[in-house]
Design a protein around this ligand. Structure first.
Ligand SMILES: Nc1nc2c(ncn2[C@@H]2O[C@H](COP(=O)(O)OP(=O)(O)O)[C@@H](O)[C@H]2O)c(=O)[nH]1
Ligand SMILES: [Mg+2]
Length: 225
């Protein structure tokens, strides 16, 4: 029998990549710096968004895309903060992809937006595998998850530009070695920038806000690629 090759997987991945490139063109042509925020469920992504909006709303026009398997709980939390928000329900899929972002963009008025933050579906594995067209991937890890997570789920940490270690207010009550998290991450990804934060007490958030402001300035100067 004659052999035939069926390059299905490659084509699907190529299609995803093409959509990501299209999304990036939309972000760039509208002057929107875009962050893809990833973590496991409950690490504090929506809390970080609430704090970021509170901290930067007067200087930066922010919009949010919320990704969840189900419900609009997070979008409601963000809406209360007075910024544009779209909820994507993946209906079971454990990550967002470029086509979901493309549809969500149709519901946003992109004109005034400086910064778009995409809250990915809570999951430490799959979101890192899909390019959404974002400029930076940002990883949030809660100290309650334990210091072994970068070793066990390396891809997220390798692909992210920033690691935010959240819930440091809980450090007195748990056994988590932050230095171990930082050294493992540095060995996986020497370029990664790490900030220790608490979305509850606001400790460390100023460093995160400064990172955003710096990146927005670099983006406006055309030095973010
Ligand atoms: N103690 C403490 N709790 C936090 C902190 N950040 C978030 N939480 C709590 O962690 C839970 C999950 O937060 P949420 O923002 O919904 O996480 P998400 O699932 O990653 O979006 C909520 O009960 C938050 O109030 C923090 O810095 N310290
Ligand atoms: Mg959330």
């Amino acid at each position: 029998m004659e052999k035939v090759s069926i390059p299905v997987v490659k084509n699907v991945l190529e299609a995803h990549e093409k959509l990501a490139i299209k999304n990036r063109e939309i972000f760039d042509s509208n002057g929107i710096l875009t962050l893809n925020l990833m973590s496991s469920p409950g690490a504090g992504k929506t809390s970080l968004l609430e704090q970021t909006i509170k901290g930067l709303k007067n200087q930066v026009e922010i919009a949010v895309i919320e990704g969840d398997i189900q419900s609009d709980e997070d979008a409601r939390r963000i809406q209360k903060r007075g910024v544009q928000v779209v909820q994507i329900n993946t209906g079971g899929a454990c990550h967002l992809d470029g086509s979901m972002i493309q549809s969500a963009l149709e519901s946003l008025d992109l004109n005034p937006v400086d910064l778009l933050i995409i809250e990915n579906v809570g999951n430490l594995v799959c979101p890192a595998e899909f390019n959404l067209g974002e400029h930076f991937k940002v990883m949030l890890l809660s100290v309650t998850e334990g210091h072994d997570k970068p070793l066990k789920y390396p891809l997220m940490f390798q692909k992210s530009s920033v690691l935010l270690i959240n819930k440091i207010d809980l450090l007195p009550y748990i056994d988590c070695d932050i230095e171990k998290i930082k050294s493992t991450c540095k060995s996986l990804n020497p370029q990664i920038e790490t900030f220790e934060i608490s979305c509850k007490t606001s400790e460390g958030l100023e460093n995160w806000f400064n990172w955003i402001i710096n990146k927005l300035n670099e983006f406006k100067q055309g030095t973010v690629s």
